[in-house]
Design a protein around this ligand. Structure first.
Ligand code: FBP
Length: 361
């Protein structure tokens, strides 16, 4: 007997559609696929969801609560920190520490590894607590980006840099939270990419975008046009060809927001290197690696100059990398434009072998 059968149509109509799958139910279902799972990984995802709900509330009220504006300090990248940068940093640190599953954290806002009160934790997390800092005070979309590894060092000891520098293909989960017109949590654990929309009336993340697939071709490119003259000639040629083919430029200035739009609608986000900044601006551990895994898991691609981002060897906790990410055909085209020799012999092959993409040469 289903619940439905005992209620008459008018009540059913008033109730409307079932509320759908909560993040918690989704995690439980995923966990049941791993007989050996004991729930600590599930708890970790819940801790991230909790922190993002608190950060969401603080972003929404920043103009009222005095959390808007500069904090008067700089981070390891030499960037001026905003109050919201620090409050998001603290909120995630607290939630991950209180959850007890994480032994150490690397955050964009601190130079050194942050050891939690739980050396017994199995996981380490790399985090960009609030991405898109230039947008904070202007009420434009921002995000949080996270990347999770199972530690390699001995449980009970203090994790070291080696736990974080395992390489992008060793991530066990990666995702972002987009604080936009609605707040969404999008993540992968290696079984595709799923998106959850936050319903403040329930205080729950609800499954709204199951198994996201990035269209192979897009008509949008996202880069800071102000820097185009400093890009390599081949990148400039690629952009000229994009425009000739009728592509539009869209750049929110928050990686999470630009990446999310391109993931759903098709498009290419790029932050190339320049002579001044050969490695560009985007950080490998807590920006490029997680977004690259999401791209590949959604049948998109993400490359540096000559190879897949996930095959780039991380040289430091805050190392940067050039990045081209999004629709597979657009990434392959920019790779062919910038490194034809490499594209044919190396990158596109190695890129393609890892992802489920078929791309016209
Ligand atoms: P943070 O805001 O976390 O430092 O991230 C870097 C970032 O803001 C990306 O989100 C964005 O795509 C890019 O830098 C914007 O940089 P620029 O202003 O140089 O175009």
């Amino acid at each position: 007997m289903t619940v439905q059968s005992t209620l008459n149509d008018s009540i059913m109509a008033a109730l409307g559609l079932p509320i759908g799958t909560t993040l918690d139910r989704f995690i439980k279902r995923q966990q049941s696929q791993y007989p050996s799972a004991v729930g600590d990984f599930s708890q970790l995802i819940r801790d991230i969801a909790l922190a993002s709900k608190i950060v969401n509330r603080e972003i929404n009220r920043a103009g009222l609560s005095g959390l808007a504006g500069m904090a008067g300090s700089t981070n390891v990248q030499g960037e001026m920190q905003q109050k919201l940068d620090l409050s998001a940093h603290i909120r995630f640190l607290r939630a991950l520490n209180n959850g007890g599953e994480v032994a150490a954290i690397v955050s964009e806002e601190e130079e050194e590894i942050i050891h939690t009160d739980h050396p017994e934790g199995k996981y380490v997390v790399a985090l960009d607590p609030l991405d898109g800092s230039s947008n904070f005070d202007t009420n434009v979309s921002v995000g949080t980006i996270f990347s999770i590894y199972r530690r390699t060092s001995m449980i009970g000891t203090a994790p070291t840099a080696a736990d974080f520098l395992q390489g992008g293909r060793r991530q066990v989960a990666a995702g972002y939270v987009l604080y936009g017109p609605s707040t969404m949590l999008v993540f992968t654990t290696g079984n595709g990419v799923n998106g959850f929309t936050y319903d403040p009336s329930l205080g729950e993340f609800m499954l709204s975008h199951p198994q996201i697939q990035c269209p192979a071709q897009g008509s949008v490119y996202s880069c800071n046009d102000g820097y185009v003259d400093a890009y390599d000639e081949s990148v400039r040629h690629y952009l000229t060809r994009c425009r000739e083919q009728g592509c539009s430029a869209r750049y929110i200035g928050a990686f999470v927001a630009d990446f999310h739009r391109n993931l759903l609608k098709g498009g290419l986000y790029m932050y190339p290197g320049t002579q001044q900044q050969p490695d560009g601006k985007i950080r490998l551990l807590y920006e490029a690696f997680p977004m690259a895994w999401l791209a590949e898991q959604a049948s998109g691609l993400a490359v540096a100059n000559t190879k897949a981002i996930l095959d780039v060897t991380p040289r430091g906790l805050h190392a940067r990398t050039p990045i081209f990410a999004g629709s597979a055909q657009m990434v392959t085209d920019v790779l062919n434009a910038t490194n034809p020799k490499n594209a044919n012999s190396l990158s596109s092959q190695s890129v393609l072998q890892h992802s489920s993409v078929t791309v016209a040469k």
